[in-house]
Design a binder for this molecule. Structure first.
Ligand SMILES: Cc1cc2nc3c(=O)[nH]c(=O)nc-3n(C[C@H](O)[C@H](O)[C@H](O)COP(=O)(O)OP(=O)(O)OC[C@H]3O[C@@H](n4cnc5c(N)ncnc54)[C@H](O)[C@@H]3O)c2cc1C
Length: 427
């Protein structure tokens, strides 16, 4: 069994097949770690260090003698020859699990990725953190008020959970930091703007929680622009539909995702967000030995709220994990000539932090906000974070931050201009 991607979905397949002497498992991933993406925004805002949200894959595999790992970038899949082509060679398979997750969707605009930051892996989170801190350093010595205002303008495009969490975390980091350590700057000079193309932010949440989140963010000083579609970002200038522009020293793109580019190499019709349509048993009808799970899979049957038409299962960690378990069970069922089981989703709800000790959550239909929601968020993330050391490090980091308002990981590494093209816009 070859598993492409050891993220939330792939890891569950790996665990379910671990230790079996009737199955050889080969895991391919371009990183040597499993990334806990829901906490990436905390790395980007210096609340957690990168190693707290990433765990070495070889350590997760432990002593499992039927699992091997190869760090390699998968380029494409040949369904007919049953081969996975990577940048380091070719791997044959009997069964394949595609679990390579998603990439940013820039909706065909090639210049936006060159001029914005994104938050899809640890390197990108660190690049945001470095740039953010560098903006403060530059602003602290900038005599020109107009240029200082641009350096202190932070735009987040896309008000889904990632955008909302990042906007709140920016406010949490910047306001106290300016008051305590950048006395040449005034907190009132900082502008954090959350931009959303649609009418509502947190589109997948109940209306009441959307309004609560917006109210709390505004209270923290975050400006929210709804119905504002960004059409271009270039050299620090954000252009909106209709032609209005604004200057910003930092622009982070969290406005859309699509399936990993591997999906496009299968030579078949893709569904919304370039996801691969699968059967209810999570495999392809013409290639039952190929399973697709998590963000890469398109399967309808998800009921958001009561009534309404079933939608595609959302691109969230819980779906990927449950799909991983189902795919592993169906591989074993095929091996043992038993019928496959359809995917059944147990919806545990959704949650998003808004800032320090504040969150919104909809759990089993119960809507929570404020401190109680934040405590539930904290408990859920600690449970799912891999590794005792990481849990302890996260808990210690949060407790320290909660009590002291101090964040330790505020180093600017490397030399100026080395972080990313987007950073160079302002250096
Ligand atoms: C910043 C951020 C915050 C999020 N917050 C939440 C949240 O709070 N709650 C929630 O439920 N969901 C959240 N999500 C979404 C959630 O992380 C995804 O839905 C989930 O990770 C999907 O699981 P997956 O197994 O499909 O892919 P992933 O977990 O992304 O795993 C994909 C794996 O494939 C590897 N890979 C990718 N391409 C290749 C390649 N070409 N070759 C080799 N390996 C490859 C990657 O390195 C990775 O290890 C968030 C996502 C992001 C980016």
């Amino acid at each position: 069994v070859v598993i492409v991607g050891a993220g939330f979905g792939g890891l569950q397949v790996m665990r379910a097949l671990s230790g079996r002497d009737d199955v050889d498992v080969r895991v391919l991933d371009r990183n040597n770690y499993h990334g806990f993406w829901p906490l990436l925004y905390q790395v980007a805002t210096a609340a957690l260090t990168p190693d707290t949200v990433a765990y070495p894959l070889r350590q997760i595999m432990g002593r499992s003698c039927n699992i091997t790992f190869q760090m390699t970038d998968v380029q494409c899949v040949d369904l007919v020859q049953r081969l996975v082509h990577t940048d380091t060679g070719t791997t044959p398979y009997d069964y394949l699990v595609l679990a390579a997750g998603s990439a940013n969707n820039y909706f065909g605009n090639a210049s936006i990725p060159k001029h914005t930051f994104s938050l899809k892996d640890v390197d990108q989170a660190v690049a945001i953190r470095q740039h953010l801190l560098d903006m403060l350093e530059q602003a602290a010595h900038e005599a020109d008020a107009e240029r200082r205002s641009v350096l202190l303008t932070f735009v987040i495009v896309g008000a889904g959970p990632t955008g909302v969490e990042l906007a709140g975390a920016f406010a949490d980091l910047l306001q106290p930091l300016l008051r305590k350590e950048y006395r040449a700057l005034s907190p009132s000079e900082v502008r954090i703007m959350l931009v959303e193309a649609h009418e509502t932010m947190l589109g997948s949440f109940p209306r009441a929680l959307q309004e609560t989140a917006a109210r709390h963010l505004r209270r923290m000083g975050v400006m929210i622009r709804q119905n504002a579609k960004v059409t271009q970002v270039e050299n620090g200038v954000v252009t909106f539909e209709g032609g209005k522009t604004m200057k910003a020293g930092t622009v982070v793109w969290t406005a859309g995702v699509k399936a990993s580019a591997i999906a496009g190499t299968l030579g078949r019709q893709l569904a919304h967000a370039e996801r691969i349509p699968v059967q209810r048993t999570l495999n392809l009808s013409d290639h039952p030995e190929v399973f697709v799970i998590g963000d890469m899979a398109y399967l309808e049957g998800y009921h958001a709220g009561k009534g309404g038409k079933p939608e595609a299962y959302p691109m969230v960690a819980e779906v990927a994990m449950q799909m991983g378990k189902c795919a592993a069970a169906n591989i074993l069922a095929q091996l043992n000539h038993r019928p496959s089981a359809p995917f059944r989703y147990r919806d545990l709800g959704s949650m998003s932090t808004i800032g320090r000790s504040d969150a919104v959550a909809s759990i089993f239909g119960i809507q929570l906000s404020g401190f109680v929601a934040w405590l539930s968020w904290l408990a859920v993330h600690l449970v799912f974070l891999i590794g005792f050391r990481n849990r302890l490090a996260a808990l210690a980091g949060w407790a320290w931050d909660y009590l002291t308002h101090n964040r330790g990981g505020r180093l600017i590494g490397g030399r100026r201009g080395e972080t990313s093209a987007a950073a160079q816009d302002w250096m």
